[in-house]
Ligand binder design. Structure first.
Ligand SMILES: Nc1ncnc2c1ncn2[C@@H]1O[C@H](COP(=O)(O)OP(=O)(O)OP(=O)(O)O)[C@@H](O)[C@H]1O
Ligand SMILES: Nc1ncnc2c1ncn2[C@@H]1O[C@H](COP(=O)(O)OP(=O)(O)OP(=O)(O)O)[C@@H](O)[C@H]1O
Ligand SMILES: [Mg+2]
Ligand SMILES: [Mg+2]
Lengths: 254, 254
């Protein structure tokens, strides 16, 4: 069966999309059938894979609001083993639209139903908030991967995120686990980076991936070429880091 | 009369809070009475000024949901001329709570009423979304200051933000203007930084501040000491940049 991993953190700009795109691409490069779901109205994961939201008739918005199936939404990417369920700008209004719906937190989970037979991994990229889009992502998932930027403000938001995860485990998805905690934008020249990384490892222990993603400009250049790092610059430290992360994720999941 | 400036951009991690805290502190250091309103459930602006949300009975959440006044909420900071209306974690649920309220977009604007006589500038720090908290911030404001990080993904979200601003101008706040566009985390060693800055200046022309905020680790260290940059390290490039920005904002506002 498939493993559904949601990538979430309400703190903005911590590397959720960069991790979703490059981890999914890393696994696909190893011929592992993978789906990436772009649940963020900003649709960065969609453009990070070189695709334009305006090119699609249907998107994740239609799945959430008018019973469209994943089958009708999923598109191919430049990597054979990687498919995408694209975002759309209409998702901006989805949170307000979902509020009044019945079982509004479960819509994504129900829609995923059959898809789990087709893919070994399904990743969900979330927006920087704890609203109904992220709640749908956490309710649909087997586990959550938490990127944490090596910055002070990024540490602050953790307790709120863990509270939300506990709430989801109690009320919406009792099997939700923490897949892992990923240190991102690590810069070994900065004391702040080292301090934050130490605190994260002290707080989360075993859950923290051995791989820390280093700050690497090639990672921030690659979306402007519409390519995951493995296709843009496979020799870069950023690409090596994400391939190492892919192996760790595979190890944890047998 | 006072000038109410909302700091908004739905892209995460672009420097909204860093700008809100350090611009407000920069003006206060010039003895200009300033209020900072923390509208983000993450409450980074509150902790960036060395304050703890749990220490307060009332917060912006109470203003939005149960008619508490700003008078009852505002607290002093380390700077004589800077006051803060603190955030609280309860704001996480506010967007859903606001959906059903009458004139839900105008609550903040109405509550600000009398406050405008006390301060020369009021800044509002927004969360990374275009939900009802940010909409309240844009409806209450005279103008919006848009921080843009020198990154590709940060450029992508601009058209969505401008669409939202146009919508607000048409339906909720016809006097809303763009106060300015601020280039943040500029690193002159990176081509990507230069390219993005060029594109921003080409797109926004005169609206872009002459001051670009450079990437400077002292800016990301200062919140861990609970101090705005001017109190943490006034000689740093980050502090100089924000003081230069403060002068530009003063120039634009007579
Ligand atoms: N390791 C890294 N090195 C350098 N730049 C990075 C790295 N990881 C991410 N970035 C850049 O930092 C910015 C923020 O990353 P990203 O957009 O992935 O974060 P996010 O958490 O998805 O943001 P949001 O909260 O807006 O969804 C992007 O411009 C990205 O290109
Ligand atoms: N010029 C700068 N140089 C170095 N670091 C910076 C700079 N500006 C901001 N930072 C750091 O980058 C991170 C993101 O900035 P900040 O939190 O202010 O952005 P934001 O837009 O308010 O984020 P959010 O979308 O989560 O509200 C913070 O850790 C901050 O300390
Ligand atoms: Mg993202
Ligand atoms: Mg912020």
């Amino acid at each position: 069966d498939t493993k559904i991993i949601t990538i979430a953190n309400q703190k903005g700009g911590v590397g959720k999309t960069t991790t979703a795109v490059n981890l999914a691409a890393g696994l696909a490069a190893c011929e592992i059938p993978t789906l990436l779901i772009d649940l963020d109205p900003q649709s960065n994961a969609t453009s990070g894979l070189g695709l334009e939201t305006s090119a699609f008739q249907r998107s994740v918005y239609d799945i959430l609001t008018n019973n469209t199936t994943f089958d009708e939404t999923i598109v191919n990417t430049q990597l054979d083993c990687l498919d995408l369920a694209p975002s759309s700008h209409q998702l901006v209004g989805a949170e307000v639209e979902l509020v009044g719906m019945l079982a509004r937190e479960h819509i994504l989970r129900k829609a995923l139903g059959e898809m789990t037979k087709r893919y070994d991994f399904i990743f969900i990229d979330c927006p920087p908030s704890l609203g109904l889009l992220t709640v749908n992502g956490l309710t649909a998932a087997d586990s959550v991967l938490i990127p944490i930027q090596c910055e002070y403000y990024a540490l602050e938001g953790l307790s709120q995120l863990l509270n939300t995860i506990r709430l989801i485990q109690r009320q919406l998805n009792k099997n939700l686990e923490i897949e892992g905690v990923l240190i991102t934008m690590y810069d070994s020249r900065l004391n702040l980076s080292k301090q934050v990384a130490e605190e994260v490892r002290a707080y989360f222990g075993e859950k923290v991936y051995k791989t820390a993603i280093q700050r690497n400009v090639r990672l921030s250049e690659s979306p402007s070429y519409g390519k995951p790092i493995i296709l843009y610059d496979a020799s870069s430290i950023g690409s090596q880091n994400y391939m190492a992360l892919a192996s760790e994720v595979l190890e944890h999941n047998g």
